[in-house]
Write a protein that binds this ligand. Structure first.
Ligand code: MG
Length: 349
């Protein structure tokens, strides 16, 4: 790239001879930390006004964006590498939910002056690690200074064959409802990360907190599920709330069987001691698992795919015809009795 030889400048302080590191400044940070992440030739090494992308014939772009704000979506003292990876991964999860293969992303960073070059370096290192894991590249961005909180905005895109992106609004009565992975770990993980879960084995506590801090976008599963599913989205606001979004936009209702909810071993241990937290698993946000519906004829193919990719997929309910004036999601227990869910997930404000 030609940026590898750039060195930190060392100057003398005006009051003596002690050398100190001179801040790199915006352009220095871009050259040193971010240009090496722009591995696609279309990014032009972040030296031009815009990136230039090829789109193969018969393919479509799928584009999504997500912003994270300090104090709201992450804590001020969270490790910068983890903040960066969560910011990127929430976008990759949205692409996976459209059955799109990720390609690249734009990054806009609003940073207070208190975030020094070491913070930015660690942030960029986190991005680089996930770029390698998910085969995406930085294509450009902007960096501004602010008196407000750290704000990270990422716009990501992927590609999908023409007409093959999976939408939310296409669920039909008779479809089965599935989720990937395990549900509720992130809601319990937030409690664990903020020391509000007592009596839990340290290993379980750490595992749950990690599920909150570092989502696992289901990229390979989402792409492979494309031809087998009718409607799909990712779970960011909580299973009940997001299933409500899917049902509403599809013009159908959903019946969710709470006894089928796939729980991790750590979550099951929490629920055994605190049964009241089961509602948090149904309603809590930040799981970033896939929620999808499919024709029952595809169950075996879907389950085989889950085994092949080593991601559990679990049928948790069914889509039914819309009942006027009813809530879009009815949660029932093992006896078929309706369960009232007081908290229905995170609301966007
Ligand atoms: Mg989403």
């Amino acid at each position: 790239m030609g940026f590898g030889s750039l060195k930190w400048a060392v100057t003398s302080r005006p009051d003596g001879n002690t050398p100190k590191l001179q801040p790199l400044g915006e352009f220095g940070r871009i050259r040193r930390f971010f240009a090496p992440l722009a591995t696609s030739s279309g990014a032009l090494g972040l030296t031009d006004d815009a990136a230039i992308l090829d789109l193969a014939p018969g393919q479509q772009f799928v584009v999504t964006t997500d912003a994270l704000v300090e104090g709201i979506h992450f804590l001020s003292n969270d490790p910068p590498a983890l903040i960066a990876r969560k910011a990127l991964r929430t976008n990759l999860s949205d692409l996976a939910a459209k059955a799109a293969r990720p390609v690249g992303y734009l990054l806009t960073l609003s940073l207070p002056r208190s975030r020094d070059d070491a913070w930015v370096e660690a942030f960029a290192t986190g991005l680089g690690r996930d770029q390698a894991e998910y085969s995406v590249t930085l294509l450009g961005g902007d960096s501004v200074s602010t008196d407000g909180p750290v704000t990270i905005s990422i716009t990501a895109w992927g590609v999908v064959e023409q007409g093959k992106a999976v939408l939310r609004r296409t669920a039909r009565a008779g479809d089965l409802i599935f989720v990937s992975g395990t549900i509720g770990d992130a809601a319990l993980g937030l409690l664990a990360a903020t020391w509000r879960l007592e009596g839990l084995a340290p290993a379980d506590s750490a595992w749950l907190a990690d599920r909150y801090r570092l989502p696992q976008p289901r990229t390979d599963l989402g792409v492979a599920l494309g031809p087998l599913v009718r409607a799909m989205m990712d779970i960011s606001d909580g299973l009940v709330a997001d299933l409500g979004h899917l049902a509403e936009t599809s013009g159908v209702d959903a019946v969710l069987e709470s006894a089928r909810l796939p729980l991790s071993a750590a979550a099951a241990a929490v629920i055994a001691d605190h049964p009241e937290l089961f509602t948090s698993c149904l309603a809590g946000g930040d799981d970033y698992e896939l929620l999808f519906t499919a024709d029952p004829a595809n169950v075996e193919a879907i389950e085989a795919l889950g085994r092949q990719l080593r991601v559990p997929v679990t049928a948790v309910g069914r889509i039914v015809a819309r009942l006027q004036d009813a809530s879009q999601v009815r949660v029932i227990d093992a006896d078929g009795q309706t369960v009232e869910i007081a908290e229905t997930g995170w609301r966007h404000s």
